[in-house]
Design a protein around this ligand. Sequence first.
Ligand code: KIV
Ligand code: ZN
Length: 391
Amino acid sequence: MSNNNIQIFDTTLRDGEQVPGCKLNTDQKVVIAEQLDALGVDVIEAGFPVSSPGDFKSVEAISKIVKNATVCGLTRSVENDIKVAAEALKYAVKPRIHTGIGTSESHIVHKFKSTQEEILERAFAAVKYAKSFVEDVEFYAEDAGRTDNEYLAKVCEVAIKAGATVLNIPDTTGYCLPSEYGAKIKYLKENVKGIEKAILSCHCHNDLGLATANSIEGVINGARQIECTINGIGERAGNTALEEVVMVLKQHPYLKLDTNINTSMLYGMSQLVSDSMGIYTQPNKAIVGANAFAHSSGIHQDGVIKNRETYEIIDPKDVGVTDSAIVLTARSGRAALAYRAKKVGYELTKLQLDDVYANFLNFADRKKEINDNDIHQIIETSKVYEQIISA
Ligand code: KIV
Ligand code: ZN
């Protein structure tokens, strides 16, 4: 792994599956895991084995079939969780235990009714115990986004002393601003003793719509792993969207940060997860939404027809979308109509186009979107139809 390679840790099957009402069965999870492996993710968080017999079974089944990626299981800082996770991961070629504990004042006082000192001891013990089963242990400091940086650095130090290979810095509540999250990662890089022995990981939630921006700031400031889900699914407003962070890095090569993702599989992956979970993807979703490469206003359509790059920063083929779409509505111009008419077999002269366009506007005022059948009908009912077919 080069120092500029960003590891993609996919948690669609764990944090993503925490979406209310979206439970997947083991067979569905295995299909998604196989595709994630083919997509090129570096780590698949397959579940939280102690949480239910179904989750245990899924983590075990995924461990058996994944060929390339590391397979990871979540635990709390509880011995039995860790033992059960190790058991579920025993068939994995590259197993990882992901253990951790809440570190913000809110979590320490209200959730654990504990003290900072005791949390440090529990963190150390959990990592040490996990290390007795597997070499690769990731530690999460839950609610790190709202944890004081000095204390967070101490937590990271004890986790490294106990053998953690990855330190996950979750903005669990999606509270941080990008500058704040970036500064947190930088602070840890500069102040944690032994930080060169581990990599820092960004795990950002989207409560304020900042998950992607925060993850990108994290890697700009030295983190080398991003935790994310397909379509950004996850509890509440979701997690960082995998397709977004991957494409941000690809479209900004001067950052010199790359991933191992085969981006041409992104659209198919999005559809698979959306269909399996029964969660519809919003049409304006970046990268994979139905409108991400669709143009409907006359000015934009004219530009895209002349040169796609006038209004598109990504080639749709790069993410597995066949083509940009020129959507015909009452706001479309002549250029768009001529383009779509040509696609269904009519080459219109300028004069013919004027006449067909007048007919088109009458249709378009009555219908939200004009499809290929409508185009035939518009042309067949225009005054110049005879001329067009005899040409
Ligand atoms: O958001 C979070 O803090 C988490 C941890 C359990 C890693 O999902
Ligand atoms: Zn999370």
